[in-house]
Design a protein around this ligand. Sequence first.
Ligand code: GLC
Length: 436
Amino acid sequence: MALDRQLLQSIINEFTVDAEQLREIAANFRQDLKLGLNDPKESSLRMLKSYVGLPTGKETGEYLALDLGGTNVRVSRIKLEGAGRFEVTKKVGKPLILPGEYDYVGVGSTAEEMFDFLAELIDEAVDKDHETKFYLGHTFSFPSSQTNLYNAKLIIWTKEFATSGVEGHIVNDLLKEALERRGLINVEPISVINDTVAVLLSAAYQHADTYIGSIYATGQNNCYLESSINDPENVGVGGMILNLESGNFMKLTPNRFDKEYDENSEKPGEQRLEKMVSGRYLGELFGMALAELFDEAGEKYDFTAIDISSILMDESVDGDRISAIIKDRINKDVDSEDAKKIRELATAIVVRSARIVTAAFVGIIWQRAGSGKINKQHIAVDGSVYEKMPLVKENINKALSELLGEEAAKVDTMLDTGGSGLGAAISAAMAARHND
Ligand code: GLC
């Protein structure tokens, strides 16, 4: 069966953000930033205070870094040597779900199970040393309300996490209890930061002119340095970093696939931007649209962002790779013409994602510049979608030019791999004030 070209085109149109809409999203994002700075209740951005500014680059010492936020948990030991230098001396990691074996994030999983699992991994990272004192920095990549660098309470799970007993709790208290249960009282958690904040700390530790940190992966979110906030609890320089939780930005026009996905998601009504752009959702949106093209609307097709990436990578005339993926996932035979159409659909979904993400970047850049000129700057980004998804970087650059014109030359995005771990270690050094 040949896929209907007209239907495909109308679906592609639904996934298209044209120049005017792009500008509108950026302007609305800026407006929400302004409103949120005044009063976060007025804005769809959470504007969460992190109680940390930029590092000086002089942070030193060895720290444990725990990174919890996506499908894998990682624990590393990182030695900060000052002057932007560091060494990762140990790294362990495990997935949070191993099908058929365990699941620490799905419905039915509990805080105790999840944090015991983290403590076990930390034990591995310290080589079962229960004597030496370790300070631990924790990158916890979910919306948390903080009163200082330690005290972070999970507001609401995102990215379809559903573990009970964590929402409303101080995450490092849960971690401390689990460490105690395991006899690891020598490990002391002293800071909690969002992964966007970690990326910004990590990038700023190594490069000047970085004020925006972003994650473009399972989830999507941004933070930036707000120079107007002074707080006695704040550590670091230049102001306070605000975690925007921009995945929750609402002033967008979801299409019918976005709406349907949201209605059936773990947290309907929440994270509307994220559900349109991040790796956790791209495969599902693609599956829903494809089901319609195969005249099976409503059928659940299981595709992942990795499938989309493979589909986009196949630029061959006959589209063999695409046909093989389709055959494997939904047992349909497609010829080269249909394979091409399927790639067009995947392209539309990914390009929309990159354009919306860029509009948010520009909203922040405009807000930081105020009525003045835009500074020369890097936007530090980490995450598999940014790093690996075809078409993303070029469409970010294109959208930056569309929105900023000549001034786009002053802005670039910079990959900061491993920032979640390094940033956690830097935040621990800052909390311990080992930074002179
Ligand atoms: C989700 C989380 C946010 C995190 C992002 C990237 O949006 O709510 O805290 O930064 O995913 O991991």
